[in-house]
Ligand binder design. Structure first.
Ligand code: ATP
Ligand code: MG
Length: 211
């Protein structure tokens, strides 16, 4: 199975979410952001199996990855906050594309750009299974409820929960840990919900404890 975290906007939490998923679900992490390489470098420090997208023969690489992926292994692509050929291919091969969105006005533009790329891929006959994930948002804030309402009104697929704005997401990564290894129960709960949904959708696991 292949997951891609994508958003044409920087700083929305893609790498943080990718690293947590990769470590918790023992996935292979592939970093498409060759400029920053932050997922790759941090992933290595955290003992995650990871690699960089090769700068050449990308098409061959994605074909190989797609062929080699099955329901028993999980590959996760982290993309940078830019529209690149590598990001587009990572979106096209994914079984699930997670689009983190912070939902500031600037961020909304990032969402629209990402949806435009998906529409373009779909115009070539590719079906993209994507879900928007409100990220770095306070779940008690009016922002979260407005954002959710707007997504519902537009019929855009999204998770009913958000990845809250918690310092422990940043500090955990600094300490080479997942948020699950920190004492912040609220932050943990956000990640737990996401992991549970991924397991349900990609691996048909119902109500499983995720450890
Ligand atoms: N849920 C969160 N709560 C608080 N801070 C967060 C959260 N998620 C990420 N951050 C912080 O926000 C910043 C950006 O996060 P991250 O690098 O994961 O974003 P990104 O989308 O991968 O950015 P880029 O597009 O530049 O690769 C980092 O400093 C990170 O520690
Ligand atoms: Mg990143």
């Amino acid at each position: 199975m292949i997951i891609t975290t994508a958003s044409m906007k920087g700083g929305v939490g893609k790498t943080t979410i990718t690293i947590n998923i990769a470590k918790i679900l023992s996935a292979i992490l592939i970093d498409c952001d060759l400029r920053q390489k932050s997922a790759y470098l941090k992933g290595k420090e955290m003992g995650i199996t990871c690699t960089l997208l090769p700068p050449e023969k990308e098409v061959d690489f994605f074909e190989k990855i797609k062929k080699g992926s099955d329901k028993d292994n999980l590959i996760i692509f982290d993309t940078g906050g830019k529209d690149t050929a590598g990001s587009r291919m990572a979106i096209a091969v994914a079984d699930l594309v997670i689009i983190p969105v912070n939902y500031s006005s600037l961020d909304k533009r990032g969402l629209e750009e990402t949806l435009d790329v998906i529409k373009e891929l779909e115009s070539y006959g590719k079906t993209v299974n994507y879900k928007i994930l409100l990220s770095k948002v306070d779940s008690r804030s009016s922002n979260f409820h407005h954002a959710k309402k707007e997504l519902e009104k537009r019929g855009l697929p999204h998770y009913p929960f958000c990845i809250g704005l918690y310092k422990s997401f940043a500090t955990s990564i600094d300490q080479n840990k997942t948020v699950m290894e920190m004492g912040d129960t609220k932050a943990k709960f956000c990640m737990e919900q996401l992991i549970r949904e991924i397991k349900r959708e990609l691996f048909s696991e119902q109500n499983s404890d995720f450890y």
